[in-house]
Design a protein around this ligand. Structure first.
Ligand code: 13P
Ligand code: SF4
Length: 307
């Protein structure tokens, strides 16, 4: 159980009811935002929810590519995103020209695009993936040569599952996952020798090699709930520690490194959220011609079964 809602949080809930709005929050959002949301989840869960909700308004607490995904799959809804400047440093690394260059270099190879990218990039892609389904997405493709953008770490992790496929990747990365080093993990293991080390696939290959389990953020939440282990070293953005502790009050969670802090994920405040619900702004809108192209790639991903 979380803490009782504050007055401001109660006002937000009331406004959400009046506005027929659903509040979606990513697992890295600050605790007070997670508490007031209708649903928290990883990128895949939030995309699925955005595609299926009956609410008239989706208020997205996360980073911009996530709100864009909601606008791509739900064009008839108003997608409110309280702070437009909350971007993603990985998504910023790739431009449409980079994708065109890769397509020219590997003709016929389908482009698999991690959802952590902006709508223009999705629009020139064949299919999207998240950290929870990247392996299933690549498995579902008949081609033997794949272009994977923009995360080289997720691409290299996915490659481990395929002897018969070659994944060509763009050299983007998440600075808040790529920052985790072997030395950091060794230090954490020394301090907590009984702990299970969970890593996000955005971590470097040499860090993945040390992991006991590799999971998306919600995958880590599920794993920690179901595991018999009592202690965990968490190799992802530090915001995940809050729901981990909340769901497992009798277990211990240690950040693999305090450096794993995504500033963009902490921008939206309760005050921003309240103001956005009052004004139903700012909103994320994507041009229809771009949206239609991006939708094909996202919808194709959503058809892939989650195992
Ligand atoms: P998840 O899809 O695992 O929640 O990850 C999103 C993200 O931004 C990771 O950095
Ligand atoms: Fe982007 Fe990394 Fe932040 Fe996730 S943690 S939103 S990939 S910068």
């Amino acid at each position: 159980m979380g803490k009782p809602l504050s007055e401001l949080q109660q006002e937000i809930r009331e406004l959400a009811r009046e506005r027929k709005a659903i509040i979606l929050a990513h697992n890295y959002q600050p605790p007070e935002i997670q508490e007031v949301a209708d649903l928290t989840g990883d990128s895949l869960e939030l995309s699925l929810k955005a595609a299926k909700t009956d609410a008239e308004v989706i208020v997205f607490c996360g980073v911009r590519f996530m709100a864009e995904t909601a606008a791509i799959v739900s064009p008839d809804k108003l997608v409110v995103f309280p702070r437009l400047e909350a971007g993603c440093e990985m998504a910023d690394m790739i431009a449409v020209e980079d994708v065109e260059e890769l397509k020219a270099r590997y003709p016929g190879a389908p482009v698999v695009t991690y959802v952590n990218s902006y709508v223009e990039i999705k629009a020139v892609s064949d299919i999207c993936c998240t950290s929870a389904n990247a392996v299933n997405v690549v498995r579902a493709l008949p081609e033997k040569e794949i272009i994977f953008i923009p995360d080289m770490n997720l691409a290299r992790y996915t490659q481990r599952f395929f002897k018969d496929k070659k994944i060509h990747y763009f050299e983007g990365f998440c600075p808040f996952h790529d920052v985790l080093t072997v030395e950091d993990v060794e230090k954490a293991r020394k301090a907590h020798p009984e702990a299970v080390f969970m890593a996000h696939p955005e971590c470097r290959p040499e860090v993945i090699d040390l992991a006991d389990v590799v999971r998306s953020t919600s995958g880590m939440l599920r794993y920690a709930r179901e595991s018999q282990a009592r202690e965990f070293i968490v190799g992802t953005e530090v915001g995940l520690i809050y729901p981990l502790k909340k769901q497992n009050p009798d277990k211990e969670f240690y950040p693999a490194s305090e450096k794993m802090l995504c500033k963009a994920m902490k921008i939206i405040s309760l005050e921003d959220l309240k103001k956005s619900l009052e004004t139903l702004s700012p909103t994320v809108k994507v041009p229809e011609d771009v949206r239609v192209k991006a939708y094909r790639a996202v919808a194709r991903m959503l058809e892939i079964p989650r195992t």
